[in-house]
Design a protein around this ligand. Structure first.
Ligand SMILES: *Cc1c(COP(=O)(O)O)cnc(C)c1O
Length: 492
């Protein structure tokens, strides 16, 4: 049990003392410059902190130390794939030849950048099994929406305009129904059966007769958010195709499949990939991401412009696409994310790519096996890249919820797993260890989880009061969403 005590926010932030100065501003050597006349009067109402240089340095160093990230510890946030992003990705993204490019430069001056984009596309084609890749979407949800826009364009172009429904399993990520609704579709939920698979009988019903004629697409996550591979995937795709619908794969997390199996071979028409999850570009905090999409050839005519493709051994940007849905973002997407992803993909190469999925799946099953006696898995079969456990027993017997277990984990020095998602598993804990963690780390984490479950039985209040060693205690989560306040302000 760590006992690190972190001072009150007041002691962390209120360092200012009148008259203290942390820098020496050189004397102005421009003769006759009236600063105030040039830039206006200094605003006296702004209360800048007055601190010495050492105070300032310690302040920021200490802040960095009370922050938690993948570089300080294990971060098993399920569905988010918080794997370690190798530092070499940052080195290449900072090469001046990439970092200093301007998106409006004439394409004749950026052949290297275009080659790189084409290179990422080519490798992702091979990894996903789709014949076309677009890198423009800026996030996973954006990739989903782009796929649905392409599906809509495909149906409309064939004069098949009566399709108004998108089917979404009840285990899906919230962005799925949101993307469908954003594209003007009605969302119909498909239940999950007892084994954690798509309920085939319910799907049959949703595709029957007139129902089927209204279905534009099915959005399916595979492996599902239950961490399970859908065994009926080929049959499901076939069922939807038979009634004229399209099948989209939510491939935000491809960690269980990279180098091992390909959604393009399973019958899907399109998919999105989060390069900021599986392909190791940084994410979180709303930063730049990339929701690359993969398409089968029949959807390719509708691709966003510019299409980056090869012509006579040269990579070009093609805008002459009469059926294109247009742009979905400015320029070419998040170019430096592609540089990072390219570095990552090339570092593994074809030979080692499958190690990613092998170790991701192995690690998740190891955690699942070590915790099964205290936190039973929601389904009784091996998991893929993440394991979904339930803390229902502790709620029933001791009034301790999954959230309390997660908060207590912070006291043990770990970032909590995802809680209460997927929604269909009661008191759900979704753990995604990723392939980049060692057995020692996984063991420390499992030991902590087992110790916490024991505490839940003997001293449940400790869990309900957690976290007790962090800067911020238990937040009112509803209020925190409605009145987001992420800065410290001194009490006046
Ligand atoms: C993360 C995630 C998304 C959404 O990706 P964003 O980049 O956050 O928009 C969609 N589906 C699944 C399964 C995810 O895990």
């Amino acid at each position: 049990m760590p006992t690190k005590l972190i001072p009150e926010p007041k002691l962390i932030f209120e360092k200012s003392r009148p008259g203290r100065i942390g820098c020496n501003i050189p004397v102005c050597d421009t003769p006759n410059l009236d600063l105030e006349a040039t830039i206006g009067p200094v605003r006296q109402d702004l209360k800048f902190p007055e601190v010495g240089e050492l105070d300032l340095l310690r302040h920021f160093t200490n802040l960095s130390q009370i922050n938690y990230g993948i570089e300080t510890g294990f971060y098993p946030l399920g569905s988010c794939t918080m794997k370690y992003n190798p530092k070499v990705n940052e080195v290449t993204a900072r090469y001046p030849g990439f970092a200093n490019l301007h998106p409006l430069q004439p394409t004749s001056t950026i052949p290297g950048a275009l080659e790189l984009l084409y290179g990422v596309q080519t490798i992702l084609q091979e990894v996903t099994g789709f014949s076309h890749i677009t890198l423009q979407p800026l996030a996973g949800a954006h990739g989903e929406m782009t796929c649905l826009m392409l599906i809509k364009a495909y149906h409309d172009n064939r004069g098949d305009t009566a399709r108004k429904v998108v089917l979404v399993p009840d285990s899906a990520h919230g962005t799925n129904p949101a993307s469908a609704a954003r594209c003007g579709y009605d969302v119909k939920s498909i239940p999950t059966d007892r084994d954690g698979n798509t309920d085939i009988a319910a799907l049959e019903k949703a595709l029957e007769g007139d129902n089927g004629k209204a279905v534009a697409a099915l959005m399916l996550t595979n492996p599902s958010t239950l961490g399970l591979f859908e065994p009926n995937i080929e049959r499901i795709c076939q069922m939807v195709h038979e009634v004229g619908g399209q099948v989209f794969c939510d491939g935000a997390n491809m960690n269980a499949m990279v180098g091992t199996t390909r959604p393009g071979d399973h019958g899907f028409d399109c998919m999105h990939l989060n390069l900021h999850k599986t392909f190791s570009t940084p994410h979180g905090g709303g930063g730049p991401g990339c929701g690359a999409i993969g398409l089968q050839a029949h959807l390719a005519p509708y691709q966003p412009v510019p299409v980056v493709r090869q012509e006579n051994d040269t990579v070009i940007t093609d805008y002459q696409r009469p059926l294109s849905i247009g742009r979905v973002s400015a320029f070419y997407g998040q170019f430096l994310m592609e540089v990072r992803a390219y570095t990552y993909l090339m570092a593994f190469g074809r030979e080692y790519m499958a190690d990613i999925s092998r170790y991701a799946v192995l690690n998740a099953n190891y955690v699942r096996a070590r915790l099964k006696d205290v936190l039973p898995p929601a389904h009784n079969r091996p998991c893929m890249h993440e394991c979904i456990l339930t803390a229902e027993r502790y709620k029933k017997e001791f009034g301790v919820r999954a959230l309390d277990i997660s908060k207590r984990l912070i006291d043990y020095g770990f970032h909590p797993p995802t809680n209460y998602f997927p929604l269909i598993v009661p008191e759900c804990l979704m753990i995604e260890p990723t392939e980049t963690e060692t057995k020692e780390t996984l063991d420390e984490f499992c030991d902590a989880m087992i110790a916490i479950c024991r505490e839940a039985e003997t001293t449940p209040q400790v869990l309900k009061d957690a976290p007790s060693t962090s800067v911020v205690g238990r937040l009112d989560e509803t209020l925190a969403v409605k009145q987001l306040d992420v800065k410290y302000s001194a009490a006046v």
